[in-house]
Design a protein around this ligand. Structure first.
Ligand code: HEC
Ligand code: HEC
Ligand code: HEC
Length: 414
């Protein structure tokens, strides 16, 4: 009995102590801990700078429904415990951000605190945007304010209890929210700092490429080492993960969505290239590459080009000849466009075929990026056929002998 009482008291004290710490952290999280200006060398009016920064931060991908009005929100994010909808960022006073003050906007973007102090969910990546300089956030506001206001009522979130309680984010933030503001790292040169800012604060590459813990927080010790995002594998993009990439390869991939010997950007990465990295100035993209490759300029470790182990008499080979070879064919010299060359792509070297199976179901939609779109094979081909296709592609292009089944091919549908 006595021990129970003591335990209860200890728990109550921990809760109260933790609670007051969390509340203290909550108010501190709004205090700017960094410099007013970021490291990018920006030109033009505040609105022009804001337009560039909005692209570099890829606000578009999450706040615009495909085919809908720019930045009018309403994109659904389906999570295991319900659906969250992104907000309308246009200046409409009723359904958008019309009338928001500078401080309110900065608090929402960087600290996850909406108007009136309400807590946002980290589906809006404030844990990355925390690293943005205040004047850069204000330039983004100036740009968004310059666009036509669009009235668009956003559906209410449908989160189950207790996830529906925004106030609980106070505790999550106390553990995982970084301080707000930009600080240069004096141990590195100016290019590296610009690259780090483009990757981590603006480009939020880690939101997809960094693994998360059980509480959905990014594991900062394993930054950019690869994770799963929206059911797609976002590969290891640390300097060692990119050890086979030259400076020119990485620059081409981020500028065009394709690099010889590395395949093409599909899935969520196709939109990142189109709306973000392809829009960067040459100098900024070079800084991003410099940061990702940790300053390496020397030739990379040569990749071993796998030899085909595919069986030309298999069902997969026959399906490939009919459905795929028009765009991809079997040798780089025979493909219709650069985008059809699958040599060296991480997707054909992954024995689990994660992105390959997903691509076969979803295809690669038109309207984003420059490549020819890839059709979906989710309806016209059965799961058995998609598994046969995947096994063949991995054997032909990846030198692998996987045994993917209809079950594996079905899974990405859910
Ligand atoms: C990865 C997706 C994603 C990206 C990228 C993103 N947002 Fe969001 N944003 C969201 C979601 C989802 C919400 C709604 C969160 C909620 O309801 O808690 C949101 C909410 C907001 C809000 C709060 C609005 C309100 O009415 O409370 C603002 C302001 C905002 N975002 C601005 C931006 C800006 C500016 C950028 C680019 C710098 C950006 N967002 C990039 C997903 C994103
Ligand atoms: C919305 C999620 C998302 C974001 C944000 C994102 N990526 Fe990716 N990235 C992916 C996915 C998924 C793939 C795999 C694409 C494929 O299979 O074609 C990928 C692939 C890549 C690759 C190719 C790696 C390889 O081994 O083939 C590079 C390089 C890359 N991303 C760099 C970046 C950089 C730099 C940023 C930030 C500016 C970034 N990504 C932001 C999801 C994302
Ligand atoms: C109409 C042309 C077209 C057809 C047909 C087509 N693809 Fe693609 N595929 C593309 C394009 C274009 C890309 C590059 C991604 C992009 O630009 O959207 C691509 C990308 C890929 C990738 C690389 C993705 C990555 O993550 O690196 C694989 C693997 C692939 N396709 C396999 C197939 C298979 C298997 C078939 C047949 C079932 C097929 N494709 C049919 C056009 C096509």
């Amino acid at each position: 009995m006595r021990t129970v009482k003591i335990l209860l008291i200890v728990a109550a004290v921990a809760l109260l102590g933790g609670g007051s710490y969390a509340r203290h952290h909550d108010s501190q999280s709004l205090v700017d801990q960094g410099a007013a200006d970021g490291p990018l060398l920006l030109r033009g009016s505040q609105v022009q700078r804001g337009r560039y920064l909005t692209a570099a931060a890829d606000c578009m991908a999450c706040h615009t429904v495909p085919g809908g009005n720019d930045y009018a929100g309403g994109v659904a994010f389906e999570l295991p415990f319900g659906t969250i909808y992104s907000s309308n960022l246009t200046a409409d006073p009723e359904t958008g951000l019309g009338g928001w003050t500078d401080d309110e906007f900065v608090a929402a973007v960087r600290s996850g605190r909406a108007r009136g102090g309400q807590h946002l969910y980290p589906a809006h990546p404030y844990t990355s945007y925390a690293g943005m300089a205040r004047n850069d956030v204000l330039a983004i506001k100036a740009y968004l304010d310059s666009l036509p206001p669009i009235k668009n009522v956003i559906p209410a979130n449908t989160l189950s209890f207790p996830y529906s309680q925004r106030g609980l984010m106070v505790f999550w933030n106390a553990l995982y929210q970084p301080a707000a503001g930009y600080t240069a790292d004096g141990t590195h040169d100016a290019d590296w700092n610009r690259g780090a800012y483009l990757a981590n604060a603006l480009g939020h590459c880690g939101e997809c490429h960094t693994p998360r813990n059980g509480a959905y927080a990014l594991k900062s010790a394993q930054a950019l080492s690869g994770s799963i995002a929206q059911g797609w594998k976002a590969y290891d993009i640390t300097a060692s993960g990119l050890s086979h990439w030259t400076v020119a390869d990485l620059d081409a991939y981020l500028a065009t969505g394709h690099a010889p010997g590395h395949g093409s950007a599909a899935g969520p990465m196709k939109a990142v290239v189109a709306f973000d990295t392809a829009q960067l100035t040459v100098a900024d993209r070079q800084a991003l590459v410099h940061y990702l490759l940790a300053g390496r300029t020397a030739d990379p470790v040569a990749a071993i080009v796998p030899r085909s182990v595919a069986d030309p008499a298999s069902t997969g080979a026959a399906l490939y000849a009919g459905a795929c070879s028009g765009c991809h064919d079997l040798a780089p010299s025979a493909v219709a466009t650069d985008y059809g060359d699958l040599t060296g792509a991480s997707t054909v070297l992954d024995p689990r075929g994660t992105n390959l199976l997903r691509l076969l179901v979803e295809g690669s939609p038109p309207g984003v990026g420059t490549g020819t779109p890839m059709p979906s094979f989710g309806v016209s081909y059965s799961a058995v056929e998609r598994a046969a296709l995947a096994n063949y592609v991995l054997a032909q292009w990846g030198g692998l002998k996987p045994t993917l089944t209809a079950n594996d091919a079905q899974a990405p549908l859910h």
